[in-house]
Write a protein that binds this ligand. Structure first.
Ligand SMILES: [Zn+2]
Length: 246
C-alpha cells in the first residue's frame, strides 16, 4: 500500500494535468458517475495521507485511495478496464486501477484535518501528542497506523521509526516516557521526508533498516517478526535495540 511520501510523488507526476479540462470520463467505478466530470477542469491536485485528491471545484473533489494494489497510468492503458479513465486534449489521459474512488462534495478544509497529515506543512506535532494522550492503553504499533492521527504513515514508516527511536511495537503509548514519545512523533515526519527523498531515486529499500529485513543492522542478530496489535500488520523489531514499555 503506498504511504504518504509515495502519494506526494504520484501528485507530482499528475501535476501536469492541473488546469486541464476533462473531455472524456468513464470507468467501472460504482461510487460515482464519471460523466459528472466531463467538461470540468482540474483546478488543483493535493494529497492527504494516503488519499490523492483531484479538485474540480470547492464542492467537487475526486478522492482516490490506492488500497493494497491500486495504480495509475499516464497516457497509456493497462489490458483491463480502468476504475476511472479521464481523457484530455492532445490524446492525453489518466487511468486509475484497483483503487477506491469517492466524491467529496464539501470544501476540503471541512473534510480534512490537514494538521494530521505527516507530509503537510500544517502538520502539528503537539496536536498528535495530545491525541495520543487520550489513548494510553493502545499499542504504539496500532496508533502509528491510525490515519486520523498519522495520515500517511504506513507499515514501512511504522517499522522504521519504532526501530530508529528504540521502541518495541508492543509498547503501550501511556507507558512510553514523554520525551521518547515526542521523539517518535517527530521522527514520523523526519523519516517520511527521507522516505520521499530515497523513493524518488529508487533507493528506498536499500535505506530501510528493519522493514522486511532479517537481522538487526547494529547487532546482526535475527529480528523479531510478528503481527502485533489490533491491526495485525507485519512488524520487524530488535529486542535489544527496542525497549518494551508497559
Ligand atoms: Zn539491535
Amino acid at each position: 500500500m503506498p504511504e504518504g511520501p509515495s502519494l506526494v510523488i504520484f501528485k507530482e507526476e499528475i501535476m501536469p494535468f492541473k488546469g486541464k479540462k476533462v473531455l472524456t470520463a468513464s470507468g467501472d467505478v460504482k461510487t460515482m458517475d464519471p460523466g459528472l466530470l466531463k467538461g470540468k477542469k482540474i483546478k488543483d491536485i493535493k494529497t492527504w495521507g494516503k488519499h490523492l485528491l483531484l479538485i474540480f471545484s470547492d464542492d467537487l473533489t475526486v478522492r482516490i485511495h490506492f488500497l493494497m494494489f491500486g495504480s495509475f497510468t499516464i497516457d497509456s492503458k493497462k489490458d483491463r478496464p480502468a476504475r476511472l479513465h479521464l481523457g484530455f486534449a492532445g490524446k492525453r489521459e489518466l487511468n486509475f486501477y484497483t483503487c477506491s474512488i469517492q466524491l467529496i462534495e464539501q470544501p476540503l478544509d471541512e473534510a480534512y484535518d490537514w494538521t494530521a497529515d505527516i507530509m503537510n506543512p500544517d502538520w502539528d506535532t503537539k496536536a498528535a501528542l495530545r491525541k495520543i494522550k487520550t489513548i494510553p492503553e493502545e499499542l504504539v504499533c496500532d496508533v502509528l497506523l491510525d490515519q486520523e492521527l498519522f495520515a500517511g504513515v504506513g507499515n514501512i514508516i511504522k517499522n522504521e521509526i519504532l526501530y530508529r527511536t528504540g521502541i518495541d511495537p508492543n509498547s503501550k503509548t501511556g507507558k512510553i516516557p514523554a520525551a521518547k514519545l515526542k521523539a517518535l512523533v517527530k521522527d514520523a515526519v523526519d523519516f517520511a521526508f527521507l522516505f520521499l527523498k530515497y523513493r524518488k531515486v529508487h533507493m528506498l529499500t536499500k535505506h530501510l533498516q528493519v522493514h522486511d529485513k532479517k537481522v538487526c543492522p547494529k547487532h546482526e542478530t535475527p529480528l523479531e517478526k510478528g503481527h502485533p496489535g489490533k491491526k495485525k500488520r507485519r512488524s520487524f523489531w530488535c529486542k535489544t535495540c527496542q525497549k518494551l514499555y508497559g
